[in-house]
Design a protein around this ligand. Structure first.
Ligand code: ZN
Length: 203
């Protein structure tokens, strides 16, 4: 099998370290550049679990996947969680956070759907973002406005246990918007994102 990032054959002439390397879709060298850093961020009163640090290697791979439309990379982000995740969130339905309509159309595939399909768990895309046009019609004041940029699609019925999932938590505004859109619904709500951007990285 070849590494999905550098295409090097995995497992031929393994080094001593690689012999004990966990099964993966990336070679030891590529994976080593990623930094596992489990964290919890609190957004709108909800705990958001994250797994990777948003370092250069992660960012580069995510851009290659999302912006260069490289669908082959869909498994690399969550592969180390393939056993843990469905166990931890057993019984939950994944709710994918929305992308801007314009970006989704340009990309031609839902990157979150591809990424999270690894777990073979039930998934829904119940949210939509207001279009750029709709957003422009709002006044400038941002914080409360941001929450309103995401809404539930019409006639959506949600299961009782839902897990909001995203790729990266940056400012947390998208997650906050989705949580806000679910406000007042009798749900058991959990949140997860692949990677976390630390506050100091934002500036
Ligand atoms: Zn590699």
């Amino acid at each position: 099998m070849r590494c999905l990032l550098c295409h090097k054959e995995i497992g031929t002439n393994p080094s001593f370290r690689e012999i004990f390397w966990e099964e993966d879709v990336l070679c030891y060298g590529c994976r080593k550049a990623w930094k596992k850093e489990k964290a919890v961020r609190v957004i709108a009163g909800c705990k958001v679990e994250t797994y990777w640090a948003y370092n250069d290697a992660f960012q580069k791979a995510l851009i290659q996947f999302k912006e260069c439309y490289d669908e082959a990379l869909k498994e690399i982000f969550l592969y180390p969680l393939r056993n843990y995740f469905p166990f931890k969130y057993f019984g939950y339905t994944l709710l994918l956070l929305p992308s801007a309509k314009e970006k989704l159309e340009a990309r031609g595939f839902s990157h979150l759907k591809e990424m999270y399909s690894l777990f073979q768990m039930p998934m829904l895309e119940p949210f939509e973002m207001l279009s750029n046009q709709e957003q422009k019609q709002m006044s400038q004041k941002s914080r409360l406005q941001r929450k309103k940029q995401i809404r539930l699609k019409a006639n959506i019925t949600l299961p009782k246990k839902v897990l909001l999932v995203d790729d990266v938590i940056t400012t947390g505004a998208t997650m906050e918007g989705a949580i806000h859109a679910l406000n007042g619904m009798p749900l058991k709500l959990k949140c997860f994102a692949c990677a976390n951007v630390k506050k100091k990285q934002l500036y």
